[in-house]
Design a protein around this ligand. Structure first.
Ligand code: SAM
Ligand code: SF4
Length: 322
């Protein structure tokens, strides 16, 4: 628990900062150097951090990145985390480019659910946004996830004005045909370092959906303490993650283990000590737990970004894990 009484039972783990896409809202076209391999936490180190945190109340772990599926032997990590006493939910966020061939193996290893990023259903635009991604392989990944029972598959769409906001309605129509195995979440663009893109407020997205499908029906409180607010739209559950215009800092239950071992309590800004250095320095489990407790105690009240100002988010999304 932090000093504001927020309870943290959810950890996102960025298993690698590397990625086979270079989405325009996530990475600049050039000039990013990947972390050297020895800087990344090893699987045993990740599993140990998870075990120590599970002893303090951690229950859910989500693997992310960068692109988690490019890390070799990922099923072994899923299996190790799923086996930690106290962990009840292991999930993953992926661009699904390589997922079709991995879905069944990951499910067998203990993965329960998957979120898949898809920002456009137009192949040319998709390739532009991801800087080279192939829509067909991602759609195959979505079908494979449904087939493997990694449901509900939550599709994540980052909405940017003038770039893909004209697909808010068509994406919902596409997802409706696959409901309830699929849910759709619209994500407000978060400004990193520079404001590369224009945000579309969640309220505007909801209004556009209402024009076509009728008023969405608000569903009760956030599911599992997560950031999305959910609405029923015909057969489809839609979520809005609106960190800028409807921010949810006051109820934030998440911690983030970065690819290089830093433990971030806020996605937006923060400089915290590296758990990797603590682990590699020979700390006992009790000492590691004390460091974690200390970092969580220092969690800031909230981020400082606004739609047209404030402080941009800091760092590189692929290291932080989104
Ligand atoms: N590579 C995987 C993927 O794309 O799903 C996992 C990592 S990615 C960093 C995690 C999530 O962060 C994705 O849903 C992505 O769309 C989202 N994301 C990345 N940069 C963002 C930004 N600037 N604003 C909002 N969402 C962002
Ligand atoms: Fe890679 Fe995911 Fe970032 Fe796109 S959003 S560049 S797929 S990490």
């Amino acid at each position: 628990m932090d000093r504001f009484g927020r309870v943290h039972n959810y950890l996102r783990v960025s298993v690698t900062d590397r990625c086979n896409f270079r989405c325009v809202y996530c990475l600049p076209a050039e000039g990013v150097t990947w972390l050297p391999r020895e800087s990344l936490l090893g699987f045993e180190e990740i599993a140990r951090v998870v075990r120590v945190m599970a002893g303090m109340g951690l229950r859910s772990v989500r693997l992310t990145g960068g692109e988690p599926t490019v890390r070799r032997d990922l099923p072994a990590l899923v299996e190790a985390i799923a086996a930690v006493p106290g962990i009840v939910d292991v999930s993953m966020t992926t661009n699904a480019h390589r997922f079709a061939g991995q879905a069944a193996v990951l499910k067998a290893a203990g993965l329960r659910r998957v979120n898949i990023s898809v920002d456009s259903l137009d192949a040319d635009r998709f390739a532009r946004i991801t800087r080279g991604g192939e829509l067909a392989s991602v759609l195959a990944g979505i079908e494979a996830a449904i087939e493997a029972g990694l449901t509900p598959v939550k599709l994540n769409m980052v909405v940017m004005r003038g770039e893909n906001d004209d697909e808010v309605v068509s994406m919902a129509r596409w997802a409706m045909e696959r409901a309830p195995a699929v849910q759709l979440r619209y994500i407000e663009y978060m400004p990193f370092d520079a404001r590369w893109h224009q945000n579309v407020p969640a309220s505007e997205m909801r209004a556009r959906l209402a024009e076509t499908f009728g008023e969405p029906v608000p569903l009760s409180a956030r599911q599992g303490g997560g950031p999305a607010r959910h609405w029923q739209l015909g057969p489809l559950v839609v979520g809005f993650i609106a960190p800028i215009t409807e921010h949810f800092c006051a109820t934030c239950n998440r911690l983030r283990l970065l690819a290089d071992g830093h433990l971030r309590t806020c996605l937006a800004h923060e400089d915290t000590p590296s758990l990797r250095d603590v682990v590699r320095g020979g700390a006992s489990d009790d000492q590691l737990a004390a460091v974690v407790r200390n970092i969580v105690a220092g969690k800031p009240a909230g981020h400082l970004a606004e739609a047209d100002g404030g402080r941009a988010f800091e760092g590189i999304m692929t290291q932080i894990g989104g």
